[in-house]
Design a protein around this ligand. Structure first.
Ligand code: HEM
Length: 147
C-alpha cells in the first residue's frame, strides 16, 4: 500500500478542491492530443481532430477531459485504496479500449503542466513532488490490468 505524508494528503486535497474540472480536464486532454498525436487513434469517434485549433475547440474532447478529471477525483477521495478504485477502469482501458498504458503517463504529464501553469509560484518543488506521486499511483493503478 502507498504511504502518504500529511503534507502530500493535504496538498492533493487542496489542489483538486480548487480545480475547475471543466477547464483543467479539457486543457490537459487537448494538450495530450496535440503534442502526442498518436494518442488521437483512440478517439476516432470524436470528430474533427485535424489540428490544434480543432482539437481545442472540439466539444467531445472537452467533455471527455472533464470525465477524466472526475475519474481522478475518485482517487483523491480514496487515496488509501487507489488500486481497488481503479481496477475497473484498468480493465476497461486494457481489455475493451486497448489503450497502450504508456499513454497514461503522457496524459499525466500534460495534466501536471496545466496544473503547474495555473498554480504558478504555489507549485513549489514539494507540491510538484506530491502531485507527481499521486499521478504515478493513478498511472500504475490504471496499468495494473496489463501486468
Ligand atoms: C474512457 C478515465 C487516460 C482513452 C474513460 C472513462 C474514464 C477514464 C473515467 C469513462 C469510463 C466509462 O465510460 O465508464 C481515465 C483516467 C486517465 C485516462 C483517470 C488517466 C490517466 C486515458 C488515456 C487514453 C484514454 C491516456 C488514450 C490515450 C479512453 C477512451 C475512453 C476512455 C478512448 C472511451 C471514450 C468514449 O468513447 O467515450 N477514461 N482515462 N484514457 N478513456 Fe480514459
Amino acid at each position: 500500500m502507498v504511504e502518504w505524508t500529511d503534507f502530500e494528503r493535504a496538498t492533493i486535497q487542496d489542489i483538486f478542491s480548487k480545480m475547475d474540472y471543466e477547464v483543467v480536464g479539457p486543457a490537459a486532454l487537448s494538450r495530450c492530443l496535440v503534442v502526442y498525436p498518436w494518442t488521437q487513434r483512440y478517439f476516432g469517434n470524436f470528430g474533427n481532430l485535424y489540428n490544434a485549433a480543432a482539437i481545442m475547440g472540439n466539444p467531445n474532447v472537452a467533455k471527455h477531459g472533464t470525465i477524466i478529471l472526475h475519474g481522478l477525483d475518485r482517487g483523491v477521495k480514496n487515496m488509501d485504496n487507489m488500486k481497488e478504485i481503479y481496477a475497473e477502469l484498468s480493465v476497461l482501458h486494457s481489455e475493451k479500449l486497448h489503450v497502450d498504458p504508456d499513454n497514461f503517463k503522457l496524459l499525466s504529464d500534460c495534466l501536471t503542466i496545466v496544473v503547474a501553469a495555473q498554480l504558478g509560484k504555489a507549485f513549489t518543488g514539494e507540491v510538484q513532488a506530491a502531485f507527481q506521486k499521486f499521478m504515478a499511483v493513478v498511472v500504475s493503478s490504471l496499468g495494473r490490468q496489463y501486468h
